[in-house]
Design a protein. Sequence first.
Length: 403
Amino acid sequence: MTTIITDKMAFGGNCITKIQGKNTFVPYALPNEELEIEIEQEKKDFNIAKITKIIKPSEHRISAPCQYYQKCGGCNMMHIDPEYQKILRTEMLKDCFERNGIKIPEIKVVSGSPYNYRARFQLNNGGLSEKSSNNIIPVENCCVAENQVNQWLKQNPFEKRPKGRIHLFASDAVQSAGGDNTHKFALSREAEEQVQSKKYKNKNIKQIKKRYSGTSLEQEDIVCVKLLNHLVSFNVKGFFQSNLEVLQKSIKEVCNGLVGKNVLDMYAGCGTFSVFLGDFFEKVTLVEHNRDALVFAEQNLTGINHESFGLSGAIFVKNARPEDYDAVVIDPPRSGMEKEVCKWLCTSNIPQIRSVSCDPATHARDISYLVKAGYRLERLYLLDFYPNTSHIESLAVLTKENE
């Protein structure tokens, strides 16, 4: 056993300390706590330890309200009061940008409720996966789940839930799901077939047409949610933001101040941002390699002047003319912008860029290239989609005066 005082929280949510000059990461700790720890894993360059005793706790340490905390593989910051969590995530975001040599303005925080916010769940054999284990936790109530999710968990006992991996989306914001406008939840089709044989016909959403080769969509998998003043539909098995409260606030910040005739939405997904960009621009251009997602984008942008490209960003920019666009909204995957896309943006002179990211390390890397190319980082936001976790999403607002 070793007694230590923790240093700052590192990206990933573990606090750092040094033992004989070697970095040691301590899960479920807070900065400036006096702890008794035990080394669990010794690596070449670092150690991982566990807390055996809290000698002097941080004033921000609280009792986690979840009975599954530290067993479930989801939350890892629920032992910290919610307001201090936001400060720590902001500091982690700041560290990533400063390590890339970027002088950042004050980071603004877009946040919502710390609990009962998550609408999207993946269940494995009816429960949640235990941390670092193949065991299944038969969860009956989740502190971060929306009330509609918890209602579904309550109404469907663990032993009666569908087996395998299923996708669940439930929220008061759901307008129709699973082909039925009385549902406030959607299960992936494979799961739905296990619990009922009835086939619904969607009365609320127009029939999705396959406009691209290779698409495979089932009506039972469609979810339609109301965001601000628009309806957005998507596939329950595909990606969609889990925190609808923060999503709506983030949409406003992405669109805030954008002006012009033509906007490019790169890595557009099902067109969530494009739907709202259509309120501010005469034409929206979408680029998304996942053609199933673009089928939904076409549905969502009905009545909005737009064109869609079912291509990777790297292929699209080979022939794209930057002078055609007054602004770009870009939301790449965790790996960041494709290098061809980043290079194209750096030389584009497009005056307005809104860059959204789910990984602060790759976000800081990409923004550093844009800053070196002459773009100015006007504002940086922490988009606090996942309270009680160390997951960080961010929005960078960049401008450039055309020469």
